[in-house]
Design a protein around this ligand. Structure first.
Ligand SMILES: Cc1cc2nc3c(=O)[nH]c(=O)nc-3n(C[C@H](O)[C@H](O)[C@H](O)COP(=O)(O)O)c2cc1C
Length: 235
């Protein structure tokens, strides 16, 4: 199994510990590989809005050297874990910056067929409020990449750092991450996209049939026969 974890922060606080607990529950053998990225250290700087990734190709992004290793790790992985502390009721700025660089893999543009059978997990912690909406935002990004099944793990930790998290909440984190890890293990290799995902794919396929504005997007769909009946998932 290969797992990619993207931490939307650079410190090892409450959010980091939730993701680590999940990874420990997921790992079944020493051969399981974990690719870990911490933002902003391992990520790109702000998107400059050149739209080169969308209209010319991702290799034209001025920050490709930082984006490419992350995009490649995501593509190799069975499970993608993305976390962020709740900052002002939203995800961290550095995580949003990474998402801005991955707009070219949106279903609107050039999704990768393998995404539709992958599993995503969106993680966030908040002292009081906002973690649910952060996991919803992260899950939304993965949905637009085509990720077949996404779970959300929001936690209200009542603390500004991990040391201060009450023991009862730490126990709840341990229990929920263990349970989700076991559940995900049974799903790997059996994921199929949901109805919403399939419907969006169909709409995008119809849109690209008449696409006269972006030849590389159209070619991406055409070369995979997605403009006709073919789909990236089976059945
Ligand atoms: C800039 C900033 C903004 C924050 N905004 C919120 C917020 O909107 N809601 C909330 O409940 N906690 C907020 N917090 C607290 C953190 O979300 C909370 O303590 C979280 O568990 C920290 O996770 P970490 O230990 O991984 O950094 C904020 C903290 C910081 C530093």
């Amino acid at each position: 199994m290969e797992i990619t974890v993207i931490h939307g922060q650079i410190h090892r606080g409450s959010t980091y510990h939730v993701s680590e607990a999940l990874i420990n529950s997921l790992k079944q053998s020493p051969d399981d590989q974990v690719n870990s990225f911490m933002l902003p250290l391992d990520g790109p700087t702000y998107c400059v809005g050149c739209v080169s990734c969308i209209y010319k190709g991702e290799s034209y992004c001025p920050h490709k050297d930082k984006v490419k290793p992350i995009a490649e790790a995501i593509l190799r992985s069975d499970v993608i874990i993305i976390d962020s502390p709740t900052y002002c009721l939203d995800m961290s700025g550095q995580l949003k910056t990474l998402f801005d660089h991955l707009g070219y893999i949106y279903m609107t543009h050039r999704p990768n067929g393998e995404m539709f059978t992958k599993i995503g997990v969106a993680v966030s912690t908040a002292a009081g409020a906002g973690a649910k909406s952060v996991t919803k935002s992260i899950a939304k990004q993965m949905f637009w990449w085509g990720v077949g099944k996404t779970y959300r793990l929001p936690f209200l930790v009542k603390a500004k750092n991990y040391q201060e998290v009450p023991e009862l909440i730490k126990a709840k984190i341990a229990e929920k991450t263990k349970k989700l890890g076991c559940k995900i293990q049974t799903k790997i290799g059996h994921v199929k996209p949901g109805l919403k995902s399939k419907a969006l794919f169909k709409i995008m396929s119809m849109m690209h049939r008449g696409n006269t504005w972006n030849p590389i997007d159209k070619n991406h769909w055409e070369s995979r026969s997605w403009l006709n009946k073919a789909t990236p998932w089976r059945g």
